[in-house]
Design a protein around this ligand. Structure first.
Ligand SMILES: Cc1cc2nc3c(=O)[nH]c(=O)nc-3n(C[C@H](O)[C@H](O)[C@H](O)COP(=O)(O)OP(=O)(O)OC[C@H]3O[C@@H](n4cnc5c(N)ncnc54)[C@H](O)[C@@H]3O)c2cc1C
Length: 282
């Protein structure tokens, strides 16, 4: 049971959502964009999340769009992960999000919720960080479209009350050769020890990682070392791991040393898969 009362609002446009958010805030009410609502239910129960009002964004048509248009795949932020996976439109994203929680939860958890929520793994962002991705954001001053990498630093850096409306991925990036692997300590379902998503684009290896640190990341310096093909993959990986961001997570899933060990093996698999030929399907 959620141990606090809140009012419920349903909105039909991004503009309405943002205006309502700010008018509630002005009255001292703490609003919460309600997409899949799974964080409110799971973290609300243990008082890690609190809301006085929820603004349900699932009625906003542009937040539910899923289509190819003008050379881009348009994905609404309120799409459930299961729907994106089942569409088969972006195989790397589909396979990566297919490892998040279980099917029942994936029918609820949304793309925007995975990116903007409190739980920091944000595995759905990995394929988006290594693709040419634009995000559409609604704020009080209207909508703007910006490259994902320009606003993503550990999490989407949104101002209070800003709404993530859509993600646009260039069609060329949907069918790149890819590798994606989630490694857990022991169970089939659960948070990652290490998740790696990688693509080969213009003969260059791009990689994004979750689970290693308490935030997901893509690192240019790491990629530069991994792309130096004059050296053997294991030598590149040994050097690359000296450039990892900090801190490395330490929890029941694994120590920092164990995580780095698993990362090295996973990167080697990824390099072997992508420096060979073709798509990788596990
Ligand atoms: C059982 C379970 C297992 C999980 N396992 C994993 C896992 O293995 N890997 C992983 O990466 N994650 C995992 N998660 C985390 C999950 O992806 C996030 O909790 C995610 O926030 C849930 O999405 P939601 O749509 O239900 O979000 P909601 O609960 O609706 O919202 C979460 C937060 O995001 C904000 N928000 C939502 N949509 C938007 C938007 N469009 N614009 C701006 N802000 C927005 C809300 O205001 C709220 O603060 C798991 C969660 C659960 C409950």
């Amino acid at each position: 049971m959620i141990p606090f009362d809140f009012s419920y609002y349903k909105v039909w446009s991004a503009e309405e959502a943002v205006l309502l958010y700010h008018s509630l805030r002005k009255k001292g009410i703490r609003p919460y964009y309600y997409a899949g609502g799974t964080e409110l239910i799971t973290l609300g129960r243990v008082n890690e999340v609190h809301a006085d009002a929820v603004i349900d964004i699932k009625g906003i048509a542009e937040c539910k769009t899923l289509q190819l248009e003008h050379g881009r795949l348009i994905m609404g932020a309120a799409l459930p992960l299961a729907k994106i996976r089942e569409s088969g439109l972006f195989p790397l994203l589909g396979q990566t999000i297919g490892e998040i929680s279980d099917h029942t939860a994936r029918n609820k958890i949304t793309l925007g919720g995975n990116l903007c929520g409190h739980i920091y793994y944000r595995e759905a962002v990995l394929p988006l960080l290594i693709s040419d991705t634009e995000v559409v954001i609604a704020s009080r001053s209207g909508k703007r479209s910006v490259p994902l990498h320009s606003i993503f630093d550990r999490r989407p850096q949104l101002e209070e009350g800003e709404l993530l409306v859509q993600l646009h991925v260039k069609s060329d990036d949907l069918e790149l050769p890819y590798y994606t692997r989630k490694k857990r300590r022991q169970w089939d379902i659960g948070y990652p020890l290490i998740t790696v998503a990688a693509v080969k684009k213009d003969e260059k290896f791009r990689v994004a990682i979750s689970g290693l640190c308490p935030f997901p990341f893509r690192s240019e310096s790491l990629e530069e070392i991994l792309n130096d093909r004059r050296r053997h993959p294991t030598a590149r990986i040994e050097q690359a791991i000296r450039h990892l961001p900090e801190p490395i997570s330490s929890d029941v899933e694994g120590s920092p040393e164990y995580r780095v060990f698993v990362l090295k093996n996973t990167l080697l698999d990824a390099l072997e898969a992508l420096e060979g030929e073709g798509h990788e399907h596990s």
